[in-house]
Write a protein that binds this ligand. Sequence first.
Ligand code: GTR
Length: 324
Amino acid sequence: MKMMTSLLVSGAVLAGTAAGACEITLRSADTHPAGYPTVEAVKWMGEQVKEKSGGRICIEVFPASELGEEKDAIEQTQFGVIDMVRASFGPFNNLVPETQVVSLPYIFRSSEHMHKVMDGPIGEEIAKGFEAHDLVVLGYYDGGARSFYNKEKPITKIEDLAGMKFRVMQSDVFVDMMSALGANATPMPYGEVYSSIETGVIDGAENNPPSYDTSGHFEVAKYYTLDEHLIMPEVLALSKITWDKLSPEDQALLQEVGKASVPVMRELWAAKVKESEAKVEAAGAQIVRDIDKAPFIAAMEPVYAKYVTTPELQDLVARIKATE
Ligand code: GTR
């Protein structure tokens, strides 16, 4: 981790006034390593904001969970200790209830469908939910589609999952999702998954191809099944504490560059998915592509029944489905 010689004021670093020095440095956390699309998109945003602020505002990205595992990084961002966090919606589910419906298995038909929903009024409503928990949404990123992988055998149908143990993100929605599939869920931080598979604490996990690749999980769990049960948004959020210290002009600039980073991220993402699938296959992972998703979708009924409990939530699901 970099040494900081400047004064730390609730996360935002106020450095000296030397020519060219950043007046405000926003520290941004990411669980992924350098080179991952989310990390690179926030770095790109940092270049933009520096240029547009005449060198006053800088963003320093801390990749690879250097500032802590995702759930902790989110908490630190709420407290203003970290200024920004890029994370999946999963670890927000128990904190920001508005993130739950868009985290339901098979709620989106495709990534394009997810983008349309998140870029429209529903995305704005969810942003209000984040704000109520001291987080200001700067952009919704892409998390592709998450699928199951394990160390035992190729999974081709629901019955194959019976009794197996899978790591899920720390969210009740995914614990219920696994029960609905007849498997066992072990919620745990991302950084513990590799060794937990290796030592047999769990049989596998679920994630998108770029995470399966860059985490190295393919080395210990070589059977990957493209059941694509979760197409979920990710978020780049700024601490409300940091936000409140910024001038209205700087707030607007951050909103502008955050929004501009979204298409940059999504383009990097599309390329990375292909690259990762090719890489893990070349390394000996077996990808099961021909999957009948219909039984998986049908099996999710009890999960929907548990989380879509009010007429408002039913209406939200209907609005999502109707988004073209
Ligand atoms: C990745 C996601 C991360 C993290 C990770 C996990 O797909 O981009 O933010 O949530 O999954 O499973 O913990």
